[in-house]
Design a protein around this ligand. Sequence first.
Ligand code: SAM
Length: 289
Amino acid sequence: MKDILTSLPPYLKMENDELWLTEDDRENLKISYRIKEIIFSEQSPFQHVMILDSYDFGRMLVLDGVVQTTSIDGHIYNEMISHVPLQFHPSPKKVLIIGGGDCGAAREVAKYKHVEEIHMVEIDEKVVQSCKEHLPEVSGNLSDPRVRFIYTDGVAFVKDHANTYDVIIIDSSDPVGAAKELFSYSFYENIHRALKEDGMMVCQSQSPIFHKDILKQTYTNIRQLFPHASIYTATVPTYPGGLWSFTIGAKIPLSLPDTSSLPADTKYINDAILTQCFQLPQFMKTILS
Ligand code: SAM
């Protein structure tokens, strides 16, 4: 800990003997968390990977100073990005996750016994290793034999896999650096090709409050490529603005699922949320119209 403290990155500061992480990726909004301890800190070839123990949100994964997931609210995002497509797809057997290095989405997908293969394409092995070791509240120490970890760029990976997957989950970080391309039209074109004829994709499409342009562009791209596109939301306290959006693109219509296969041990999603999460507030309808 002492060694780490002597070379703090700019987003971690000691103030009056207290350690604070300040997310300062927005020009006019900074969000700060008081940190108990730096559990892990290493520069990977792609980003600065940290696991921090915070006072209010427990352990958290922080990439280049931006909070990705936490022990306290990580389940909300991970359940919503996984169970919604898996419930609406008629028979998901082969699932691809792009990104998702904290393993939280893969952990949720692995709760479905009828899923036969889970391919996790993550660019940064260091994220997976550190979360498995130091963030078990989110990763669950994932060791399911159906999960295959593939450490490569998701953008290149999907180009070579036509007509392969039932469900693709794009669990990316914000659209900067290696994740920027994961929000592009050409990437979604390749996702469309990588899905089987009844396939379905979902991506996190950012904050409807602070990233209106990204949300609108993502929805527009997906609607151009897929006959069925829908947006749903959840509230994730550590993401700026709280309210977060997910966009589904499907090759077949989304019909009300039989929720009997919803795993019993979820902490956020239930039958009612599954059917109501597509109800959008009026300001979002306006953005998307
Ligand atoms: N739930 C989080 C959020 O919305 O902030 C993101 C989860 S996960 C930590 C995001 C992962 O995407 C990171 O581990 C990052 O390394 C990975 N990633 C970024 N660009 C990628 C790419 N081009 N291919 C594969 N994985 C990528």
